[in-house]
Design a binder for this molecule. Structure first.
Ligand code: ZN
Length: 387
């Protein structure tokens, strides 16, 4: 009697996860430097305050500081990376390496964000900062292409919530539109700095028909998500993970959505979820308990992101490895997240569609077919010859 295994889904291997075309919408440029680059840039610029000058030990320090649960130590990590990103050449290099690293990891489209106002200490103007980062991204895309990888990167300009330059940065983003900058964001401590402080920036961008996302619903709960959407008009939610507070799971497995959660799901508002980062900040206690499992099941417009690759010692592939392990996700799930992210990108609709149909779907189809060509051990005779 013969038996047949019905394949209901393919659990990807780490190698397949890396090769799968991935889309990243939430990644901070100053949170993704290579440790060796930080050491070299510090040396070149005379910055002496690094906690360690050995790249491996420095990498560990960043991770431990981010893991410590102390906000001061977490913020200190960015004071070091930002300190060494104050010249044209430094910004160009960090952006170039960011593109190279993401491409090497199988990311085909990324929106990488940074706050231009934090890179003026060396005398650069806001314009010069944006130009240098754009140059770096273009160089990185080219190097990736030479190495056989295809990646496209768009920049998001971030304004800091505690500062008062958001309108200026929004105008900067608008000026560089169609020239490498695809949108705007606000970031920084949520407590005490609600997004409504920056209404003039959001209203300006809306009048300009431009796009923006807002860091909301990470440390702070539903009110910050509600404000970001209903007062500010955000196109996407940076994190948005606390939307889970408006979802009730019953003992029988039934689920009830509150008004805000319903709105987010009905309007297909993209959630830029960052599992590893959330674990470090305490927004979730384990990958298996991360709300992404429920949000995926409920068909929210959920996406997977890295946030800060250096501080969280992560990459898009690592994020997916954790999720595959926690939730048993298959290549179909990975494709679903990647298509979701591509649908939610800030580049024009026809370009998003081409990325989905000509890059993402064929990439997953190729991976899903690999099992058909796997080598099976040689047998001693014809199948069934023992009958
Ligand atoms: Zn972030």
């Amino acid at each position: 009697m013969t038996s047949q295994t019905i394949r209901t889904g393919t659990t990807p291997t780490p190698d397949q996860i890396r090769r799968a075309p991935k889309v990243l919408l939430h990644d901070h440029l100053d949170g993704g430097l290579r440790p060796g680059t930080i050491v070299e840039l510090a040396r070149d610029s005379g910055y002496t305050r690094l906690p360690d000058t050995d790249p491996d030990k420095l990498a560990l320090w960043f991770r431990e500081a981010a893991d410590s649960g102390s906000l001061e130590r977490y913020l200190e990590t960015f004071s070091h990376t930002v300190a060494v990103m104050q010249t044209r050449e430094a910004l160009r290099r960090v952006a170039r390496e960011c593109a190279e690293d993401l491409a090497e990891d199988g990311v085909v489209y990324a929106e990488v964000r940074y706050a231009p106002e934090q890179h003026l200490d060396g005398g650069l103007t806001l314009e010069e900062v944006v130009e240098a980062v754009n140059e770096g991204f273009r160089q990185g895309e080219e190097i990736a292409r030479d190495n056989g990888h295809r990646i496209r990167i768009g920049a998001l300009l971030t304004a800091m919530r505690h500062a008062a330059r958001s309108l200026e940065i929004a105008e900067l983003a608008n000026r560089h539109r169609d020239r490498g900058v695809v949108g705007f964001d606000i970031a920084g401590a949520e407590a005490g700095y609600p997004p409504t402080r920056h209404l003039d920036a959001f209203e300006y961008l809306k009048r300009e028909n431009n796009h923006f996302t807002i860091h909301a619903g990470e440390a702070f709960g539903l009110p910050s998500i509600w404000q970001a959407l209903q007062w500010c008009g955000a196109d996407r939610l940076g994190h948005g993970v606390r939307i889970i507070d408006d979802i009730e799971v019953h003992d029988d497995g039934g689920v009830t959505l509150g008004r805000l959660a319903s709105y987010v799901r009905d309007k297909r508002i993209p959630l830029e979820l960052c599992p590893s980062s959330n674990l470090q900040t305490g927004a979730a206690s384990s990958y298996a308990e991360h709300p992404i499992g429920l949000l995926r099941r409920m068909h929210f417009r959920a996406t997977v992101n890295t946030d800060n690759r250096l501080m969280s010692h992560t990459s898009m592939s690592r994020e997916f490895e954790h999720l595959v392990e926690a939730f048993g996700y298959t290549l179909d799930d990975m494709q679903w997240f990647s298509v979701n992210a591509m649908k939610s990108a800030f580049i024009p609709f026809d370009e998003r569609l081409a990325m989905i149909n000509d890059v993402i779907k064929p990439g997953y189809a190729e991976l899903k077919s690999e099992w058909l060509f796997q080598q099976t051990p040689a047998t001693s005779g014809f199948p069934g010859s023992g009958d």
